[in-house]
Design a protein around this ligand. Structure first.
Ligand code: SF4
Length: 223
């Protein structure tokens, strides 16, 4: 009976920001871990308080609307509770599957390495890089800007997905079986092409579809 209860929420980020100063944060238990602890939920409730708002999103995170006035302290508390506060803006943003809740962790070390190397790089428009740990790809890597699907010490690389909208479309297979020890430099080369040749604010899928026949896609990716 609650399925359609409160279809129009009282407090949304837009409404709150209209009334006062709020900041939106995306938090999660980590890039791989998807399990919150009760304590983390308590901290989330505390920093949001009676005035803020909480919403789940399609990007494996919870969105918080927090009074801007206490923002620094709130971020500290969230991080101290072990939560990951996503960076905002036109950057490379990593996503990953949960590696079967830790049962299939072969690709976890390279995922961390890619995070250290790529997350936060500035790019023309926010670029989502999604790593899935097996061919089931149950976290929809092929629907993100760069989708990586791990198989036997290598990755298949998908590019060009239109992640949302009436024309949403999966990306297409761009490269097969890139060895784990080459994937970091391979992705750097792709991101460099995007940085060098994209128009201002051009989303990755538009850039890729506009330029994929250009010579530099071959020249830049010789390994
Ligand atoms: S993509 Fe594969 S490894 Fe990752 S959660 Fe799904 S089934 Fe598990």
């Amino acid at each position: 009976m609650n399925a359609f209860n409160m279809n129009i929420p009282e407090k949304t980020f837009e409404k709150l920001n209209h009334q006062g100063e709020f900041t939106r944060l995306a938090v999660s238990p980590g890039i791989i871990n998807k399990h919150y602890t009760p304590t983390q939920f308590q901290i989330i409730a505390k920093v949001v308080g009676d005035t803020g708002a909480i919403k789940y999103s399609a990007s494996y995170s919870i969105l918080l609307s927090i009074p801007t006035v206490g923002l620094g302290e709130a971020i500290n508390e969230l991080q101290k509770a072990g939560l990951y506060v996503a960076k905002q803006g036109s950057i490379v943003a990593m996503k990953a599957c949960d590696f079967c809740d830790g049962d299939k962790m072969e690709a976890a070390p390279i995922t961390e390495q890619l995070y250290d190397s790529l997350e936060g790089m500035t790019v023309p428009a926010r670029l989502r890089l999604n790593v899935n740990g097996c061919a089931s790809a149950c976290y929809n890597a092929v629907y993100d800007d760069i989708g990586l699907i791990y198989q036997k010490d290598s990755f298949d690389v998908y590019l060009g997905a239109v992640p949302m909208g009436a024309n949403a479309q999966a990306g297409t297979l761009f490269a097969k079986r890139i060895p784990v020890n080459q994937i970091e430099s391979y992705l750097h080369a792709i991101i460099l092409l995007y940085k060098e040749h994209a128009r201002p604010n051009e989303p990755f899928y538009k850039f890729y579809r506009r330029t994929k026949t250009a010579d530099y896609w071959d020249i830049g990716l010789e390994f």
